[in-house]
Unconditional design. Structure first.
Length: 46
């Protein structure tokens, strides 16, 4: 699951290990929420 932290331009093995323990459904929901947050933060509407 290395892609989770690397999508933000960082390498965070601890985060990747934590996310790897989630169920597929929870991981999908978490990834969608993170992508939405990142997109909103990039345009300044946090």
């Amino acid at each position: 699951m290395e892609f989770h932290s690397q999508a933000g331009g960082i390498d965070d093995a601890v985060l990747d290990k934590m996310l790897a323990k989630l169920s597929r459904a929870d991981r999908t929901k978490a990834q969608a929420a993170a992508e939405q947050w990142r997109d909103r933060a990039m345009i300044g509407i946090e």
